[in-house]
Ligand binder design. Structure first.
Ligand SMILES: NC(=O)c1ccc[n+]([C@@H]2O[C@H](COP(=O)([O-])OP(=O)(O)OC[C@H]3O[C@@H](n4cnc5c(N)ncnc54)[C@H](O)[C@@H]3O)[C@@H](O)[C@H]2O)c1
Length: 318
């Protein structure tokens, strides 16, 4: 993709969409940024405020607000919308509400002539990504969700702090559902190229008395704690989404765990789940298939089975 002509549309300018827009503009990841929200005044205000942030910057990103009809020449359309949460809402209620929001967004975006890549952030992200793919009719390699990329970023930071190394020296990820059933394939985790199992074998106290399951609990639980304290999360998801967009626009062939369609990999067919994927200007180039241990395979099967079950229940309701 030619650098100098890239356009990204962010639909949903709430906390996540606006933080991500700031990341994209300040890191000069695209050339044009289009902000869209049901609340048009908010989209205009976010775009205007964001433009002001570039007054002393070397970023020349063009930022404006607009409508779905302006998405036709976008390379990437990001879906960061959410319905207001009401007490007592179940996950299935949230799924149904998010689907009905997508029903009002995807058809007009497709009518604009959009042929680029959708990046879905809206929760429940694996199920909504699958819904957007079906609704848009785009090839599944061009419809991606953030999946377990955020959980993986949290895991990398956690292990980097624990080992006192730069997080870029940690190769670690979460797989499966972006939610409670996700798992960590510990057999694939390395720090400075050394397998985490060997690290623990050489120094069993490295985890400071914690078990591997305690680490997983920490990674899945920390978001709830942040949400309880500040109402939402935004910086982590903005940063990982920005890096996914960069991998696409800069044709990086970068491996990031995202929500993508399985075609027999890990024994599952036709469901979206968080799996490491090679990302480039075509979207998902290929999935990374690990040789997992028996226990890891059982855990991943459980998580993918949960998504498959939700997917089936969801399609009965659609
Ligand atoms: N995937 C992840 O890892 C991850 C992480 C954090 C947040 N999220 C999800 O991101 C989503 C956004 O979170 P947030 O904190 O920014 O929410 P928010 O309430 O701050 O913002 C939502 C925005 O969506 C807009 N909106 C609602 N319906 C719309 C429609 N039909 N068309 C256009 N805009 C519409 C609202 O006006 C609002 O500005 C949520 O679903 C949240 O759960 C996902």
């Amino acid at each position: 993709m030619a650098i100098g002509k890239t356009k990204v549309a962010v639909i949903g300018c709430g906390l996540v969409g606006s933080t991500l827009s700031y990341y994209l503009a300040s890191n000069r990841i695209c050339n044009k940024l289009l902000l869209i929200d049901l609340n048009e005044k908010k989209a205009w205000a976010e775009a205007t405020d964001l433009r002001h942030s570039l007054g002393y910057s070397n970023s020349k990103v063009q930022i404006e607000s607009g409508s779905y009809g302006d998405c036709g020449d976008a390379d990437v359309v990001i879906l960061a919308v959410a319905a207001p949460y009401r007490d007592g809402m179940t996950r299935l209620d949230m799924y149904e509400k998010a689907c009905s929001i997508m029903d009002s967004i995807i058809p007009p975006v497709m009518e604009s002539g959009f042929e680029g890549i959708f990046l879905v952030i809206t929760n429940p992200v694996d199920l909504i990504t699958q819904y957007v793919q079906k609704l848009s009719g785009l090839p599944d390699r061009k419809v991606i969700g953030t999946g377990t990329s955020l959980d993986s970023a949290r895991l990398r930071m956690y292990l980097a702090d624990l080992m006192d190394v730069d997080p870029r020296s940690v190769d670690a990820l979460c797989m499966g559902e972006h939610g409670d059933s996700q798992m960590i394939p510990w057999s694939q985790v390395t720090v400075g190229g050394k397998s985490f199992h060997h690290i623990l074998k050489d120094d069993p106290n490295r985890l400071g008395g914690l078990s591997l399951d305690d680490v997983l609990k920490e990674i899945t639980g920390i978001a709830y704690e942040v949400v309880r304290s500040k109402g939402a999360t935004c910086y982590g998801i903005a940063s990982v989404s920005g890096q996914i967009v960069r991998a696409i626009l800069f044709d990086e062939n970068k491996v990031i765990p995202v929500s993508c369609m399985l075609h027999g990999e890990y024994g599952f067919e036709g469901i979206y789940a968080g799996i490491p994927a090679v990302l480039n200007s075509q979207g998902v180039k290929e999935l990374v298939t690990y040789h997992l241990t028996e226990e890891e395979t059982a855990r991943l099967n459980r998580s993918l089975g949960i998504l498959e079950g939700c997917r089936r229940k969801g399609s009965e309701k659609e």
